[in-house]
Design a protein around this ligand. Structure first.
Ligand code: OXD
Ligand code: MN
Length: 608
């Protein structure tokens, strides 16, 4: 048996865990094994080692206390959807939106890949809880990894270490196997960011409920608690057990009478999700607090309402674009105790990225480690550069983020980036219509995605890369959740679009902090205010029910924001009809019926 920092029996008595660690050590042949206790001391020690090996830079403690800087290999900078697989027994269960391979063949392939892959490296064993420890809404995982960077990130992103093992006892956990995929030969110097892009693969076995990831050290590919567990595997657990695992932020909004409600919201990437999660209300008597910025697990409480927890304990957010103007609460969150990856480094060892200030400081080092030429076409920070930070540091964190009961959700908001057609906000007529809105989420692509800028990308429920089973069955699951509940107690479902443009191509709605006005309208609507007009697509705000005081917005602009163009919407239904073909034969009949009813409502108005 390999050298361990602790006696495994002192660390855990879970027989499955002990056996799995031994099996994986035999397969991967690490030089030693580190059983993580999750302590500060351990975090600091690993950080020190990485700094000593020049894999990390300690940032200037006067500017950014207890913070570290990493830059990755240029071929390992983002999630790799093309190399992500759902290996269910039948291909149909993976559905039309996932890559699939026969699980037996995939296992053979993985066993070959992982054979001896940790030679010369330390194998870390990282127990973690997704959700508050001890909550009946939480689930436990154990990640094995040969990356110290991963251990540091998991410490900030999850509840991690000895306390989780105490909770786990002999119970069930999700095994999450990870290697950067580069065995280290005796006497050979390690690279600064080892990874193996040619052999990179991220695999989920939904029936066995485990995860294998090889070849990448970056973000969602390597921090397996996040997208792999909390969305892909959890969506399967949720389907089987009557709950929802969603790609949603959770926020709390409090009105001037000190009454609060919780909203969850799903937006595809580049639609301002972090921004909304960390929104700074500039109305003194309306308060926003953050419970989560990326993932929500929602289960029914004994009172019949849906309660959400944020399974994560930290944020892994995109840095470029964040500034005191756009997202001041994000900047305040990352003042200290933060890991930065692929941002630019200033001469005095602080961090910078495009958007942080109008002009870059002089003598910047770019994310590849080269002197930055401000006249070059490339950016100093990688567009997907990230910060990792504990959510407890967020100045507007709602203490309920750590409440094992979760928070009761009153509204769910879907949204996308659409230049036209989709109004600023509207409400669905009921849960089934709201589910239909979730299936219809689409967004025009920005430079942040691979593909043609401006082209429409469908991203149902913002779950396209994250649903661990057949997306058509996932739609049905949403319908079933609605059927199994008291309709009065279900969250109401809304749709928002901050991105309409005028003829000159400028955004009409100011966005950012002003989005509070849309949240206010939703809040009041939930409180029973008769502030809407019924249209074929849903309930829209009465033109004067939206708080636009102090905004530089003409009446015509407001009308445009709240317009339903029947012709454009009829085209939208045709486009959706075409898109839905992809999900046959699993497209629920309720979704087809919703589409038909929408068409009929639009046509009726067109004729009259
Ligand atoms: C993320 C994503 O990183 O959705 O959160 O891609
Ligand atoms: Mn996300």
């Amino acid at each position: 048996m390999n050298k361990m920092n602790l006696k495994i029996e002192d660390w855990t008595q879970n027989h499955h865990l002990i056996q799995w660690v031994q099996d994986m050590a035999q397969l991967c042949q690490p030089k030693d094994i580190h059983l993580c206790d999750g302590s500060e001391k351990e975090y600091n020690q690993i950080a020190e080692e990485l700094v000593a090996k020049k894999k990390a830079i300690r940032l200037n403690p006067k500017k950014r206390p207890n913070s570290y800087y990493f830059h990755s290999h240029p071929d390992d900078v983002a999630r790799v959807e093309e190399s992500t697989f759902i290996c269910s027994k039948s291909q149909e269960d993976a559905g039309p939106t996932n890559n699939w391979k026969n699980p037996d063949e995939m296992k053979k392939h993985l066993l070959t890949l992982f054979q001896g892959c940790m030679q010369g490296r330390t194998m870390y064993v990282i127990p973690f809880s997704m959700g508050p420890i001890g909550s009946d809404k939480s689930h436990i995982g154990v990640q094995i990894s040969d990356s110290g960077y991963v251990v540091m990130n998991m410490k900030l992103m999850t509840r991690m270490g000895a306390q989780v093992l105490k909770e786990l006892r002999n119970g069930f956990f999700i095994p999450c196997m990870h290697s950067v995929g580069v065995p280290l030969k005796e006497g050979v110097e390690d690279s600064l960011w080892p990874c193996n892009p040619e052999k990179r693969i991220i695999v989920h076995f939904p029936e066995e409920r485990n995860i294998w990831s090889f070849g990448s050290g970056y973000g969602g590919n390597a921090l397996l608690g996040k997208k792999c567990f909390a969305l892909r595997i959890a969506s399967v657990l949720a389907r089987d057990n009557g709950w929802l695992a969603e790609h949603m932020l959770i926020l709390k909004i409090t009105n001037p009478k000190n009454e609060s409600k919780y909203f969850a919201a799903a937006f595809p990437s580049a639609c301002g999700k972090t921004n909304l999660a960390l929104l700074q209300s500039h109305f003194k008597d309306w308060k926003i607090e953050c419970v989560g910025d990326d993932i929500a697990w929602m289960k029914f409480g004994s009172d019949g309402r849906l309660y959400a927890i944020n399974p994560e304990a930290g944020m892994f957010g995109v840095a470029p674009g964040i500034s005191m103007k756009t997202t001041p609460n994000a900047l305040r969150t990352i003042e200290k105790n933060t890991i930065f990856t692929n941002v630019a480094l200033t001469a005095d060892h602080d961090v910078w990225w495009e958007g942080l200030t109008d002009t870059p400081p002089s003598q910047l080092t770019d994310w590849k480690g080269n002197a930055f030429d401000p006249n070059s076409k490339s950016t100093a920070a990688h567009p997907n550069a990230r910060f990792t930070v504990s959510i407890s540091q967020c100045p507007i964190v709602d203490p309920a983020y750590d409440d094992p009961e979760g928070v009761p959700i009153s509204a769910i908001i879907f949204g996308g980036r659409r230049e036209s057609t989709v109004p600023l906000v509207f409400e669905s007529f009921n849960w089934e219509h709201g589910t239909f809105l979730g299936t219809s989420v689409s967004s025009e692509m920005t430079a942040a995605q691979k593909g043609k800028v401006g082209k429409l990308r469908h991203d149902p429920f913002a779950m396209l890369p994250f649903c661990g089973y057949n997306m058509g069955n996932y739609f049905s699951h949403w319908i079933h959740i609605g059927r199994s509940a008291d309709p009065e107690k279900l969250p109401r479902i809304f749709y928002a679009n901050w991105f309409q443009k005028d003829e000159k191509g400028s955004f009409i709605w100011p966005g950012f902090q002003e989005n509070i006005r849309v949240l206010q309208w939703i809040f009041e609507r939930l409180d029973g205010k008769d502030n809407c007009v019924k249209t074929p697509i849903g309930n829209l705000p009465e033109i004067d029910s939206l708080n636009t005081e102090g905004l530089d917005l003409t009446k015509e602009e407001l009308q445009k924001l709240l317009e339903v163009d029947l012709g454009q919407w009829l085209e939208e239904t045709q486009e959706l009809e075409e898109y839905y073909k992809k999900f046959e034969p699993k497209l629920p009949k309720e979704i087809k019926e919703e589409l038909e009813s929408l068409k009929a409502r639009l046509q009726k108005l067109c004729v009259s």
